[in-house]
Design a protein around this ligand. Sequence first.
Ligand code: SF4
Length: 80
Amino acid sequence: MPRVKQNKTDSETTGNPCPITPVKAIRKKCVDCCCGALKSVAECESVACPIWPYRMGRRPTQEMVDQFLAVYQEEEEYDE
Ligand code: SF4
């Protein structure tokens, strides 16, 4: 029987007990939300989704965060 090579997880290579970073976990959630369609993640228009600024797997800049806060504060529908 052929041996199957298994990739090491982040926790195995770095010693970090957490397998992936929170931002990478968010990215995986968004890819799952869009059924694996990466283009759909990039084009997601659900700006009210709380993880939208992180959907590309990167932390948003402070300038982007400030812009989102301004929009969320203007729009009543984003209030909880
Ligand atoms: S940001 Fe968009 S793609 Fe990501 S979970 Fe929310 S709705 Fe889905």
